[in-house]
Design a protein around this ligand. Sequence first.
Ligand code: ZN
Length: 333
Amino acid sequence: MPRPTKAQLLNIVEDAVRESQWNLLHLSPRGEHPARYQVYRGGKSVTVRVYIWNLTPGGRNRPEDEWRIQATKVDRFEQEPNEKTLILGWQEKREVFAGFDFAHHQGALGYSPSIQLRQAALDQALVDGFAIHGKGSGELAIAFRPEFLGTYVANLESLHACGQVPREVEMLDEIGRNAENAEGDLMAQQFAEPRRYAMLSVRRSLREISFRRRVLTAYGQRCAMCDIQLRLLDGAHILPAAHPDSTDETCNGIALCALHHRAFDRAFVAFDRKFRVHVNEAMATELEATDRAGGLADFRNALLPVLGLPPDRRDRPAPHFVEAANSLRGWRP
Ligand SMILES: [Zn+2]
């Protein structure tokens, strides 16, 4: 398999930003390296400078399980005020990124400089979404799946700075391996801000990524209500995540397109224990009465009569979540 070209690597970065639920604007001409972007979500916005190379095997006289980027055609890594610098490697086979710490790679780079990390971190990132590799002297390399890129951009300085403190390195490692259960330790220990906030962000993000992946895979990457794909899918919670009885189990999830996710959260559309799909007629009547029912007929036509369901029964919406969600949203379909 040929390695991606520089333009393809930048496309992979741009796709990953969107896959991680952030957006971007180009600040430099397309294909230029390093690339500059405005990366944003909600009210947050960050200017980033992205360096990226393919990860390649460590080379002669290096350990066999080592991968590296070779920072060719760059004299030094640059960073302007109010800008974040990303130094990334991409491993095409595993489809994971490696992020290296700008703070440890300032100054002239010299002839074909290499920056390494261990394969074990890439392997673990493929499984868990995120993994670290402490390189000694306080430098931390971070491996992660594309869906994590937005969280990495938002927290990269704090995450790499954890490399200075052994128990923070341990905590990050624990979060990567077991995001579901890393709760107690993270709360009990007194980690300094802003690194504690970064750890919490990583944990939240890994849980969201895991939930979304499981749900979309279970539903065959299709909206359960209209069968649409088009990369417009969300992993929606049936009982909202903010509810105390909500969980991240796949049976509390449903794959919905952006339109049906919004409609489901607004209780405009719902489904019952037999998975039959219903429009909220009271709400439809009210919309018609107030001249806001444009598109209603098409909306109805697009709905499947019964949810498109995962083949594995254990992944299907659990009745207690369906009941609780419908009663929470104030109506019984
Ligand atoms: Zn849909």
